[in-house]
Design a protein around this ligand. Structure first.
Ligand code: NDP
Length: 407
């Protein structure tokens, strides 16, 4: 019997996952794309068919409803569910997978719509239920989280006896020509970047004001960029799994125009998540803002430039200090040419497909709920090279700091 794959979510990332699964149809078998708005699935399926010749099925689902999900998973007879809807749907989709005895993968940490806070607690709490059902859940198989976790595991396996500090660096130097737009779901993106910063040092989480800490990093193939410290979800699992870690931080690049718009929107209350009364109707400001902003999927054809995401790790090998930067560079226009999406969706969707591929091939397989760095990084790193996300390792002077002016 051939494999049956269910992808949930037909946004920018869902588009890339659909394309990449179709390009690896020998592993994914019969592919169904389901989302809240069926027309978006149909549009993606038509593009996939035109570009790859592979037919994918489409259907409508409300992924907030466990019952609807269970019915769909059973109807399709899915072997794996790739969740690329929103973080709000993680728990319902996980619960439906448990009820159906089907493996699960996502790219983002569960978040409650009414609270701008994300943590693994509720997903990790499902570990026992997944084990009992004899299924696997792979959490955070995007780029960051995702590939960044695998880079850390790869550094730990091949470059260090102990890693002391890690800085995860996420640079998007793409230009879409709009004064302000977000590269993935605006609501999720703006909630993330307007929150307080947080990093982990000597066993404790240290909180900062939003955008309080800035560093300039000279990203290979991109150049120097202002990079701001944010809290990011992969740190929560990495502090548990990386040996000898003393500090971990996460930095993301933002341009001046983006930050100015963010500040103004925040000051006038447009990033609020509490409903407000407007002409007799309740509206949530950030949801309304999402309606006004360009759809991230529409940025694809207009975005030029590169992304560079990597981990800057310092530690000890054979008693000597060592520093490496493991990174991946993607080109927005090249991604669009291949799968009609810009690089932010591309660099998320390709690792989601790779994680699912390794699960289906049983190269990464263990019942329960897992984070990426718990598995052998080598097969994932090999797939990244094969699936158009080639990476590099830069050995730096042992005393190099994050703020390197000439990389
Ligand atoms: P989009 O907003 O473009 O797409 C989300 C899709 O999910 C839409 O098609 C939407 O439907 C669908 N959806 C939302 N609610 C439901 C529901 N209740 N039932 C069924 N479908 C639903 O987001 P992206 O594609 O940009 O992001 C997808 C995921 O990837 C997010 O969780 C995001 O956080 C994550 N991500 C992870 C990254 C990483 O590196 N790990 C980086 C970037 C994103 P509709 O079209 O009707 O609105």
């Amino acid at each position: 019997m051939s494999t049956k794959t269910l992808i949930i979510g037909a946004g920018g990332v869902g588009n890339v996952v659909a394309f990449k699964c179709a390009m690896n149809a020998q592993t994914f078998g019969e592919i169904t794309l389901a989302s809240r708005t069926k027309s978006k699935c149909d549009n993606i399926a038509a593009n996939v068919k035109a570009k790859t010749g592979v037919e994918i099925k489409t259907t409508q689902v409300d992924a907030d409803s466990v019952d609807e999900l269970v019915e769909l998973i059973k109807r399709i007879g899915a072997n794996i569910v790739i969740n690329v809807a929103l973080p709000y749907q993680d728990l319902t989709i996980m619960d439906a997978c448990t009820q159906c005895g089907v493996d699960y993968l996502d790219t983002a940490n569960y978040e409650h719509p009414d609270e701008a806070k994300f943590e693994y607690k509720e997903q990790w709490a499902r570990d026992g239920a997944f084990k009992e059902a004899g299924i696997m859940g792979l959490l955070g198989s995007g780029f960051d989280p995702g590939v960044t976790n695998v880079f850390c595991a790869y550094a730990q396996k091949h470059y260090f006896d102990e890693i002391h500090t890690i800085d995860i660096l996420d640079c998007n130097a793409g230009d879409h020509g709009y004064a302000f737009a977000t590269n993935f779901n605006p609501e999720i993106n703006l909630r993330e970047v307007s929150a307080k910063g947080r990093y982990w040092e000597n066993g404790e989480w240290i909180e900062t004001e939003p955008m309080e800490i800035k560093q300039v990093w000279n990203y290979p193939e991109v150049g120097p960029k202002d990079s701001y410290l944010l809290y990011h979800e992969e740190m929560e699992s990495l502090v548990k799994h990386i040996k000898g870690l003393k500090r971990i931080r996460f930095f993301m690049t933002f341009g001046e125009s983006y930050l100015t718009h963010m500040r103004v929107l925040e000051n006038v209350g447009m990033l609020g998540i509490e409903p407000v009364e407007h002409q007799g109707q309740k509206i949530v400001p950030i949801e309304f803002l999402k309606t006004l902003l360009p759809d991230p999927a529409s940025l694809g054809p207009r975005t030029k430039g590169k992304t560079n995401i990597g981990i800057f790790a310092k530690g000890i090998k054979d008693g000597e200090p060592r520093t490496v930067y493991i990174y991946q560079v993607s080109d927005h226009e090249k991604c669009y040419e291949e799968v009609m999406s810009q690089a932010v969706s591309y660099t998320t969707g390709v690792p989601a497909m790779i994680g699912a591929k390794l699960m289906l091939e049983k190269k990464w397989y263990e019942t329960g709920v897992h984070n990426m760095e718990e598995f052998d990084p080598d097969p994932f790193m090999e797939e990244l090279n094969k699936q158009e996300l080639p990476w590099k390792v830069l050995e730096l002077d042992a005393d190099a700091t994050c703020e390197v002016k000439d990389a």
